[in-house]
Design a protein around this ligand. Structure first.
Ligand SMILES: *Cc1c(COP(=O)(O)O)cnc(C)c1O
Length: 362
């Protein structure tokens, strides 16, 4: 039991900015003088509609989203988009190309296969998903409807630091674990999507940014809440959206703007990641398996020299207020997720703890 907030390195649902939670707490019982919480008001009421529009315009400002892109707030998380994308963007007989750089890319493929022909343009399985295969090594099919990739593989800690060039083919990106961590040239993409619970807000909502010309040719059987045309025409309120998750996402957008926007948060993210990787690389005790040019700024997996040390590491780090460092079972060892809401002080404390643990156990 602790009475204070800890440093939370969870991969997701992940840490939220403390000022955001404090604002939500202040407003919980009486949102905007309504005498009700935001959870208790109609999504079609003037207050929520105005708030939703505000959250979208803040997001558009943060990412500099061009006017010919729609922004949607959708239930079902990123995983529903694994199916929604082929349902909206392909017809019978069409092929979509997929790049696999880890578990999330693999899961996207397994869903897409239910709806369209899937061509694997690259797969980093041969190097144990320790590398973001560069776009000039992708082998695209003849006429793909789109190319899907995962800019940041949350489990393996592998990130693309440049936007792949695929010519005129729409580029589709699962940005679940790195959206809003850096500025992004949205024009380079046909479609960007992200589950909220890493860098946007609480679980239960996904953000979708899609070029307008890609909307409107969903398969006839596509459920309305999955059809981008239906949802775009209804401003993401064709049915009741997850209003509380949307509200918190809007607070996070405001918080990011207050931090100076994405260029500013990127500088902080680079400093945090550099500090942790430099410490790991300088040590003979800890190791990170990812190729240096493909290392994620958001998710940093690392191993200890002996698996028997994992349990004491986790126990002692938790006792020091450093939570959720256990790595994913697919990779083993530890993983520190250092999203936007994880402050530099958390990384400082982690590095200090790691150095101390090595001194005692190394
Ligand atoms: C977490 C994650 C997902 C799954 O998101 P859900 O919201 O749980 O569906 C998909 N892709 C990536 C890259 C993720 O990190």
């Amino acid at each position: 039991m602790t009475t204070e907030r800890v440093f939370n390195f969870s991969a997701g649902p992940a840490a939220l900015p403390t000022p955001v939670l404090e604002q939500a707490q202040r407003e919980l019982l009486n949102w905007r003088g309504s005498g009700m919480s935001v959870m208790e008001v109609s999504h079609r009421g003037a207050d929520f509609v105005e708030y939703a529009a505000h959250s979208e315009s803040t997001l558009r400002r943060l990412l500099d989203v061009p006017d010919d892109y729609k922004v949607l707030f959708l239930a079902g998380g990123a995983t529903l988009q694994f199916a929604s994308i082929p349902l909206n963007l392909t017809r019978d007989g069409d092929t979509a190309d997929y790049v696999i750089t880890g578990n999330w890319g693999k899961k996207a493929v397994s869903e897409a296969k239910r709806y369209c022909n899937v061509h694997i343009a690259a797969d980093a399985a041969d190097v144990g998903y320790t590398r973001a295969v560069p776009a000039d090594q992708w082998k695209l099919s003849d006429a793909p409807k789109y190319v899907h990739f995962t800019p940041n593989e949350t489990i393996h800690g592998v990130e693309y630091h440049e936007i792949p060039d695929v010519g005129d083919v729409p580029l589709v990106a699962d940005y679940s674990s790195s959206i809003l961590s850096r500025p992004l040239d949205v024009r380079r993409f046909g479609l960007i999507y992200a589950g909220a619970q890493k860098n946007i807000g609480p679980a239960g909502i996904a953000l979708l940014i899609v070029r307008e010309d890609l909307i409107g040719s969903a398969r006839r059987q596509t459920p309305g809440i999955v059809d981008y045309r239906t949802m775009a025409d209804a401003d993401s309120m064709w049915n009741t959206p997850p209003t509380f998750a949307w509200y918190l996402a809007g607070l996070v957008f405001d918080w990011l703007l207050g931090q100076g926007g994405l260029a500013a948060i990127e500088r902080v993210n680079i400093a945090k990641a550099d500090k942790l990787y430099q410490f790991i690389d300088a040590s003979d005790f800890y190791a990170n398996p990812v190729e240096p040019g493909s290392r994620s700024r958001m998710n940093v997996p690392f191993t200890l020299p002996d698996e028997a040390l994992n349990a004491p590491f986790l126990e002692e780090s938790a006792a020091a207020g450093l939570m959720n460092l256990k790595g994913h079972r697919a990779v083993g060892g530890m993983r520190a997720s250092i999203y936007n809401a994880v402050p530099p002080a958390a990384v400082d404390a982690l590095v200090q703890f790691m150095a101390d643990f090595e001194r005692r156990r190394g």
